[in-house]
Design a protein around this ligand. Sequence first.
Ligand code: TEU
Length: 548
Amino acid sequence: MHEKVVYQIYPKSFNDSDGNGIGDLRGVIEKIPYLTKLGVEMLWLNPFFISPQNDNGYDVAHYTEIDPLFGTMADFEELVAKAKENDMGIMLDMVLNHTSTEHEWFQKALAGDKKYQDYYILREAKEDGSLPTNWVSKFGGPSWAKFGDTDKYYLHLFDVTQADLDWRNPEVREEMFKIVNFWLDKGVTGFRFDVINLIGKDEVLLDAEDGVGKARYTDRPIAHDFLHELNQRTFGRFEDIMTVGEMSSTTVENGVKYSNPENEELSMIFSFHHLKVDYKNGEKWTKIDYDFMELKRILDEWQAGMSQGNGWNALFWNNHDQPRAISRFGDPVNHFEASAKLHAQTIHLLRGTPYIYQGEEIGMTNPNYLDIQDFVDVETKNAYQELKEKGLQHEEIMDIIREKSRDNSRTPMQWSNELNAGFTTGEPWLEVADNFHQINVEEELANGTVMDYYKRLIALRKEMKVISEGSYRGILMEHPSVYAYVREYEGQQLLVLNHFYADPATIVVPEEFKNRSSKFLIGNGEERELGSSITLEAYETVAYLFEK
Ligand code: TEU
């Protein structure tokens, strides 16, 4: 499994086959030949189950039926078959921490059915009338809302229309197993579990000293028990199912527990600390230059820590919740190709499983929308209101939102320079980025070099055990602009140097590599011998192979 690369598809923005402005499953089927050429082995699709779309499908109203917006079960079965024909598996997104408040279970609970009230986390207000706990929602505001006309409140760590499930209820866990087994029976060979480290809420819920609450419900020990049980009752019954947990605010220690094969929980995890180095005081909705030294410290900490504990990292810069890395950590105006290739190589030669988010392989950027009306994401809209209430001016808020909004990565895939970038013949649900004339698949296939670079990196992972299985060691950790590391496997060493800025940087080659013959394996600049020092140009990345 360690030689595989995953491609993430956000179906709503990938390809619209029927002209309603929304991407769909048949649109994905149409692009199987394109995806096959990349050389990826797994396609992760964000949720397309029945949903009111308040959180773009992460508010699930039926877990085993496909929302007609995206197509039919027959379409899905065809997609699985077509992907399999091309040696690609399908990874589904399981949103099992919470359901939509429009889910039948929640509706039955509201109607007074005690069985289904026990599916959710309902609590009475405190004696002084305040909410059950002082926890805040990750989408802003309190994390409790009135439960119908009862004197209780229901927990929602995310949007008010996303009610948290009570995994301590064995009937809830049985429902979860049924859902995962249903999709396994459909031939699914991968699962991404949404915010799965939040499912271990305590029975007695207490206020949080910090008034936020994360520590009260994140990485609770019982979450590991629930995940092990899920493993044993569903995907763990098979040899080759790839699973990944989205782990909001987790730790290396827990990351090892979640992904060490001996624990029989998950194959790997997503951690996000490296994507918070442009959060001022840990606060997302701010605008500051990113902290490179903190970025490489975190990457190094997770690589070394997970390697030592035999855990396994998902490696990524981009997904449907993050701004585009090339806009965030690169320079798409002056160093477009170099930035794109630098980011790709930095993670594709690390220890773990690389994820490519749709459009990353052609260098898609943030759209830099003009005004708040151009944004649709619920988290972004809530943030705008909160920042306004804090007294920030409109343009200051817009500067922050243009940097941080999740809509940055959800703009329609740019296939060509035709109308709507070839994504739809209808009105796109979200505006296409205005640089699609220059940045699109057709242009890239005809004249670009970024996609080919991704193909080479994907191929190298298949060919070389030093990449797929090798150990990890960070070096030159004090260097202010270069993230350097060494991979080692059975006598081979791979030295990777990644320069994250435009001004040239000269590296004195560490003693252990001096006066040794090496092979220039891959780089985004001029191929050259590695002398006693090397000067890296703007956003240059190089990798040299040594035989011991
Ligand atoms: O995201 C978890 C999460 O914490 C997100 O809120 C994300 O980290 C944050 O927006 C980054 O600023 C998962 C899904 O990926 C996200 O799309 C869903 O909105 C969320 O869970 C709720 O299901």
